[in-house]
Design a protein around this ligand. Structure first.
Ligand code: HEM
Length: 147
């Protein structure tokens, strides 16, 4: 399990450092949206994901000030849109919403591990997981502000 997580973290960083500009919406990518169970599936995933984040001993407290229902809704729209679904993310920009939090690489990787565990728990196939993580990885540039 640990090896698996390390592989993902390494893969994420590799993907993140490949300097390919990526637009938020990719309509050629609709299979990813389907593989995640479309909007109802993504809603269930984000519900569980945010609960797991809040329950985490290391980063859970960071989420005390944001309404869980709001965060779940924003994450659902964001992942729906970037997986090729018919949603429009209307939340804060990633830089703005994270810059005051002083997030470091290990916290970012921990969130990714928690997301992976969530996807595993809902039997999302490994290839689908990697496709989603590849979409999220470049966001580390906006989110990580501490070293
Ligand atoms: C790819 C990774 C991430 C994504 C896609 C993501 C996405 C989001 C979204 C959509 C919001 C809501 C923005 C809004 O207010 O409209 C948010 C807020 C937040 N995120 Fe992240 N996030 C990521 C990484 C992280 C990490 C690593 C942490 C901390 C360890 C974190 C902590 C928070 C917190 C505390 C808020 C609430 C900020 C506030 O009070 O307004 N996020 N994130």
């Amino acid at each position: 399990m640990q090896r698996h997580i390390h592989f993902i973290a390494a893969a994420l960083l590799a993907l993140a450092s490949a300097a390919h500009a990526q637009t938020a919406t990719d309509t050629a990518n609709a299979p990813l949206y389907q593989a995640l169970g479309e909007k109802p599936g993504i809603t269930v995933l984000m519900d569980d994901f945010v609960d797991r984040l809040k329950a985490n001993a290391r980063i859970g407290k960071m989420f005390d000030d944001i309404k869980p229902a709001y965060l779940k809704e924003q994450l659902t729209d964001q992942i729906c849109e970037l997986s090729g679904g018919p949603c429009k993310y209307e939340g804060e920009e990633m830089k703005k919403s994270h810059e005051k939090l002083g997030i470091d690489k290990s916290q970012f990787n921990l969130l990714v591990e928690i997301l992976q565990k969530t996807l595993d728990a809902h039997n999302i196939p490994f290839t689908t997981q990697n496709q989603l993580l590849a979409k999220l990885a470049p966001m580390h540039r906006e989110i990580i502000t501490a070293h």
